[in-house]
Structure formats: C-alpha cells, structure tokens
Design a protein around this ligand. Structure first.
Ligand code: GDP
Length: 208
C-alpha cells in the first residue's frame, strides 16, 4: 500500500456522526469546518457510498429510520471536513407536502450554509439521469454551487454501458461548465472508485 493510500485511510478512519438537523438555522457553525454534501434520488446508494468512503458500515444507516432520512445528517472526518447527507429526492412514498418541505430544506441548505464548499450529486448508473436530477443541476447552477457527479453501483453494468453513460453525462455537463467539476464512478460493493472520491474529498479539505 502506498504512503498516500495509507494516510488517506487514516484520515477517513477517524469519523463520527455529529448530528441530525431539521432546519439549516439549527446547524452549528462547527468552527467553520468545510462541508461537502451528498444528494441524489432516493435509493441511489448514498448511505452505502458514505459508509464505503469512511470504511464504516454503520455510519450512514443503510436501513434508515424515516426521521433520519428527512433531515440533514452530518459526519465529521478527522476534524478536517464534514460530510453532509442530504435527504433524497424523487421518493414516491412520501407525500407531496413532505416532498416540498424536504426540497425547501435542501434549497435552504444550498442558499444559506456558508460552510458548504462542494456538492456531490449521485446518479444510479443503471437508472441514468432523470428530470429530477436535471432540476437539481439547475438549482445548483442558480445557487452557483460547484458540483461533481458520482455514477453509483457500477458493479451492475458492463464496461461498454459505463462508457456510454460517461459520454452522455459529460455531454449534458457542457450546459453546466461554470460549476461542474468532476465525474466519478463508484461501487460500494467492490469499492471501485472509492479511492478517487476520498482523494478528492481530502484535497477539498485542504483547499478550504
Ligand atoms: P440511499 O437510499 O441512497 O441511501 O441508498 P442505499 O445506500 O440505502 O442503497 C439502496 C440499495 O442499493 C440497497 O439495497 C443497497 O444495498 C444497494 N446498493 C447501494 N450501493 C450499491 C452498489 O455500489 N452496488 C450494488 N450492487 N448495490 C448497491
């Protein structure tokens, strides 16, 4: 194992759940530690990805309690950066009223949370980009937030399909080139791509 790989492992090994918040106002400033948030359609693999990044199977509960999925959950990594789990969107089982409340919570977070430095939008590679994802890119564009895309669950697809999704995603991102940064791939199952995401998060923690 390279030294870089070892120190990254060490960095992410020190992780803990800080809290669950139902409004942006109630989130403390945490001494202005920078935050990177994760968002995507429900079932996209967000919890599994956060667990894979931190190598902690229990951190973001994959078997989620309803209360926790409707709030902003924050995890600290080595006092260097906070990872923020935002409520998923496009969840058919929650009422329109609740969907609107969740959407307000997320938009308030983008608009008012000054600790936020980068957004990771997760897309299930097999499902592809849907209208609700495009709405999310537009929101991020409006709030002038830098974002990256993570195509998740790549263990489910052949390489040729991954290549097709790569081309179409990058083509769409030409419309967002002021704020789009990187395209990542991940499998929480095989851990493919996790190292690249960890490297990026670590670099973001140093930048800020
Ligand atoms: P969330 O709702 O976005 O937090 O999604 P979860 O992390 O709970 O994952 C939703 C479902 O997808 C679960 O059944 C996971 O086991 C599965 N899943 C998540 N990530 C992967 C992955 O990388 N590969 C495969 N094959 N399944 C995954």
């Amino acid at each position: 194992m390279s030294n870089g790989n070892k120190s990254l492992k060490k960095f992410f090994k020190s992780n803990n759940f800080i809290g669950s918040y139902k409004s942006v106002d109630s989130i403390p400033s945490f001494n202005n530690i920078s935050e990177c948030c994760f968002i995507g359609r429900s079932n996209v693999g967000k919890s599994s990805l956060i667990n894979a990044i931190t190598n902690n199977k229990k951190l973001a509960k994959t078997s989620k309690t309803p209360g926790r999925t409707q709030s902003i959950n924050i995890f600290n990594i080595s006092e260097g950066i906070n990872l923020v789990d935002l409520p998923g969107y496009g969840y058919a089982k929650v009422s329109k009223v609740l969907q609107n409340q969740l959407s307000d919570l997320v938009q308030n977070y983008f608009e008012f949370r000054s600790n936020l430095i980068h957004v990771f939008v997760l897309i299930d590679i097999k499902v592809g980009i849907k209208n609700s994802d495009i709405d999310m890119f537009d929101i991020l564009n409006n709030f002038q937030k830098k974002f990256s895309i993570i195509l998740t669950k790549i263990d489910k697809c052949p390489k040729s399909f991954i290549a097709e999704q790569n081309t179409s995603t990058l083509s769409l991102m030409k419309n967002y080139n002021n704020f789009f940064s990187n395209l990542f791939y991940s499998s929480a199952k095989t851990k493919h791509g996790i190292y690249d995401i960890q490297k990026d998060l670590y670099a973001l923690s140093l930048d800020s």
